[in-house]
Ligand binder design. Structure first.
Ligand code: OGA
Ligand code: MN
Length: 290
């Protein structure tokens, strides 16, 4: 079947329908979805039922290689999901109960409420993220996506020229550290900053976009406070309402986004009472930005 795309916002995001992503796809279907990603940057698949780990992994592998495992901040009781290819985006511990208020996984997860691009703290950052909704709270917990292409386009010429060749340093030390999350020695070592271009050019479409993220904390060659101010200024610009699509989740939804051209953030919900269980797979972009 040929998938169809229904825009969900004037500049970003579309619903992709007419395709069952729990089954193997034809090369034509994969190409159509890839083209949809290049155009909309965020695609919503409303499946009704969550995928199994095997189904989500198989769907993900149509679009590239999965990110290799890396150091994650764990729940006190350890990992809930054994498969290293699945990121557990939930407020649940290994026994399925809601994490304690001061659990490190919960506190670290609060960092998802800061605007970010997944794995921008990795030397080779993420291309696509695919997030599937298993259990949702009765209200709150939306996910917002901001279009970094539209945000770049709307910058004035002077700003574009000023930022064209800047290199930023990204680390979880800057994002989770700013929230006051303490790190272990092992984490500090694993979280050494990496270099990323601030302006990226999409390899297929040639469109430029801002590569911003809460993980960005410095600009090479700049005094830190000046870098912080520019990054905050650009982030404020880039996350204005006209560039943002808010996704209200339904059970079974799979949302796929392009981390090269978007930022996203979670919105709060009452995580002391309601379980929220989403599961993410991630495709690596394969090449560094610098
Ligand atoms: C993620 C993420 C946001 C959310 O899965 O990478 O940032 O709303 N999730 O859970
Ligand atoms: Mn994320």
């Amino acid at each position: 079947m040929t998938p169809t795309f229904t825009p969900l916002h004037p500049v970003i995001a579309a619903e992709c329908s007419g395709i069952d992503i729990s089954r193997p796809l034809s090369p034509e279907e994969v190409a159509a979805i890839d083209a949809g990603m290049d155009k909309y940057a965020v695609l919503v698949f409303r499946q009704g039922e969550p995928l199994t780990t095997a189904q989500q992994t198989a769907f993900t592998l149509n679009f590239g290689e999965q990110e290799p495992p890396y150091t994650q901040i764990q729940a006190a009781g350890g990992a809930r999901i054994a498969d290293a290819g699945i990121a557990d985006i939930s407020n649940l511990g290994p026994d399925g109960s809601i994490l304690a208020r001061d659990d490190r996984k919960r506190l670290s997860g609060l960092g998802n409420q800061l605007w970010h691009s997944d794995s921008s703290y990795m030397h080779i950052p993420a291309r696509y993220s695919l997030l599937n909704a298993h259990v949702l709270p009765p209200d709150g917990g939306d996910t917002q996506f901001a279009d970094m292409r539209a945000a770049y386009d709307m910058l004035d010429a002077k700003t574009k020229a000023r930022i064209e060749n800047l290199i930023c340093e990204h680390s979880r030390i800057f994002s989770k550290g700013a929230l006051g999350i303490p790190f272990t020695e092992t984490e500090l070592q694993a979280f050494a900053p990496v270099r990323q271009r601030l302006v990226r050019t999409h390899r297929k479409t040639g469109r430029k976009s801002l590569f911003l993220s809460s993980h960005a904390g410095r600009i090479e060659g700049w005094p830190v406070p000046e870098a912080q101010m520019l990054l905050r200024e650009l982030t404020e610009h880039a996350t204005q309402r006209e560039f943002v699509y808010s996704h209200k989740w339904r059970k079974g939804d799979l949302v796929m986004w392009d981390n090269r051209t978007t930022m996203h953030r979670a919105r709060p919900y009452d995580d002391s009472v309601y379980p929220r269980d989403l599961r993410r797979t991630t495709v690596t972009d394969g090449v560094p930005t610098v």
